[in-house]
Design a protein around this ligand. Structure first.
Ligand SMILES: Cc1cc2nc3c(=O)[nH]c(=O)nc-3n(C[C@H](O)[C@H](O)[C@H](O)COP(=O)(O)OP(=O)(O)OC[C@H]3O[C@@H](n4cnc5c(N)ncnc54)[C@H](O)[C@@H]3O)c2cc1C
Length: 477
């Protein structure tokens, strides 16, 4: 009797996975790793207490590699999780059972640089820091700056932003087009190099923020920006949280084209003084500012901002004059998460990421401070207040009870933000951690359309299953 032929519908999950690895071996060879340390590195992201080992990690070096992997995974119904730098914080990169982690971090090339049009095309695995070093001589830069050393592909997939979004926008505004490998292994290009186009559905925007659930991005056409002539950075401290938030709100409401306005409450500031050696400052609520433009424009922005801060009892501006001082200040801001983590080194830090319209920010943050006090937990607060977005870094014992306490506080904070017409995540994304809030935020109708899209584009649900979309009804027309 001949051996029965194994098919995707009859084989077990482990057998299907082995079939994919066998098919990939001749093409990918040593770029397939099953080493325990490599699997461990790809089993989790940052912050969230969730992990699961992938069965294998495959390192892609080209769009064709990604297409080959997806073609076989689609044929054998094997789950694939794209992996950039693994800095996402909501369990985005945690693989399900019997899955492959597809690492794009070796795809670091700049495919095309058009300085005269202020755009470039890069491979998805390049980090934003490397890109900025490589294009420095052109006088241009890429402004989206999440705290982690993230890849451009990962930043597209989470629709990331950072401290400069108030001036330059998020990934949504800075991605012009993409190369995407679909679940079947088919390669498509979306968008292009032009700044606007009124043709067709906006597929670029569909993939930006799709968290690796609709396709895997291999190339990205990015907008670049001219380096400003003049840069000034300063901090201003406040006795009261209310006064600091009022200052940030008035700056935005007055239309000052500020480049960065970031808040740290007194608990976060104390942690950052300790961690980053900002010893010349007090552990008080603090606003960090950056102004850019022509010298005259910067002067004007600074004067108006100083007047607003002083009208809200600001304790005076301390200027970071030299590039080194500015770098030190912004590094301290970017290291805030690690500073909070250092408060209790063995603890876990869970970050909230709410956003509300700017006029509701004061009401939200003051309510959140009351929630933190009532919870008895330590939770420094900081954020991109110019966008109405902030993080509470909830410090919790690394135990099931500790996680539950943190989750309870997280839920209260999200409920407050949603009741003020906000969103549960301004920049980190959904992953697994925010799934429970999506129905309240978007409503069942929108979610059912999202599920219909997912079913059309990834009929076997091989692309990062279990992320972004909670189960539920599907729009059928
Ligand atoms: C200290 C710290 C500070 C942070 N600050 C910010 C911040 O200010 N703003 C902000 O937005 N985020 C912030 N983050 C979160 C994180 O840096 C971002 O979510 C970032 O965009 C993730 O990029 P990554 O390359 O690490 O992606 P990964 O974590 O590797 O992946 C993230 C998601 O994208 C998918 N993915 C990765 N690459 C691709 C691809 N090529 N194609 C399709 N899908 C892909 C993955 O499957 C996963 O779902 C911070 C994180 C840390 C640890």
């Amino acid at each position: 009797m001949p051996e029965p032929v194994m098919t995707a519908s009859s084989a077990s999950a482990p057998d299907r996975l082995q079939a994919v690895l066998k098919a990939l071996q001749p093409v990918m060879g040593e770029r397939i790793s099953t080493a325990p340390s490599v699997r461990e590195e790809h089993s989790h992201g940052e912050a969230m207490n969730a992990s699961n080992l992938p069965e294998a990690v495959v390192f892609a070096e080209s769009t064709q590699d990604v297409a080959t992997v997806l073609r076989h995974c689609h044929e054998w119904r094997v789950p694939v999780v794209a992996f950039g730098a693994g800095t996402s914080v909501e369990g985005h990169v945690v693989p399900p059972e019997q899955a492959i982690s597809l690492d794009l971090s070796r795809m670091t090339g700049i495919v095309d640089l058009n300085a005269e049009d202020l755009d470039c095309r890069v491979q998805a695995g390049i980090t934003r820091q490397t890109l900025n070093v490589e294009i420095r001589d052109t006088g241009l830069f890429f402004p989206v700056d999440p705290g982690g050393e993230a890849t451009i592909g990962g930043m597209c997939a989470t629709r990331a932003s950072g401290t400069a979004a108030v001036r330059y926008g998020t990934m949504k505004e800075n991605v012009l087009g993409l190369t995407v490998v679909l679940a079947t292994g088919e390669i498509i290009r979306t968008g292009g190099r032009v700044r606007k186009s009124s043709t067709g559905y906006d597929l670029t925007s569909l993939f930006v923020g799709s968290e690796g659930t609709l396709g895997i991005i291999t190339e990205v056409q990015l907008r670049l920006h001219g380096r400003p002539d003049s840069v000034s950075a300063a901090i201003c401290q406040f006795e009261s949280l209310h006064d600091a938030i009022q200052t940030a709100m008035e700056i935005i409401q007055c239309g000052i084209p500020i480049t960065r306005v970031e808040l740290m409450d007194s608990v976060q500031m104390a942690a950052s003084i300790q961690y980053s050696g900002l010893n010349e400052y007090q552990p008080l609520t603090t606003l960090f500012f950056e102004f850019t433009g022509s010298p005259a424009a910067v002067r004007e922005q600074v004067e108006t901002t100083e007047a607003i801060a002083s009208g809200n009892n600001g304790l005076g501006f301390a200027w970071a004059e030299s590039p080194e001082d500015r770098t030190r200040l912004w590094k301290a801001r970017h290291d805030a998460y690690w500073a909070a983590k250092a408060i209790v080194p063995d603890a876990r830090v869970i970050s909230t990421d709410c956003i509300v319209p700017i006029s509701r920010l004061g009401e939200l943050i003051e309510g959140v401070h009351r929630d933190i006090e009532a919870s008895g937990l330590r939770a420094p607060l900081l954020g991109h207040v110019g966008d109405g977005n902030f993080h509470t870094l909830i410090i919790t014992d690394d135990t099931p009870e500790g996680h539950q306490q943190a989750l309870d506080l997280d839920r209260k904070i999200v409920a407050r933000a949603l009741s003020l017409n906000g969103s549960c995540s301004g920049e980190h994304g959904v992953g697994m951690g925010k799934l429970e809030f999506l129905e309240t935020e978007h409503g069942p109708g929108s979610l059912s359309v999202m599920r219909a899209l997912k079913n059309t584009m990834d009929p076997h649900h091989i692309l990062n299953p279990g992320k972004l979309l909670p189960p539920g009804a599907v729009y059928t027309g």
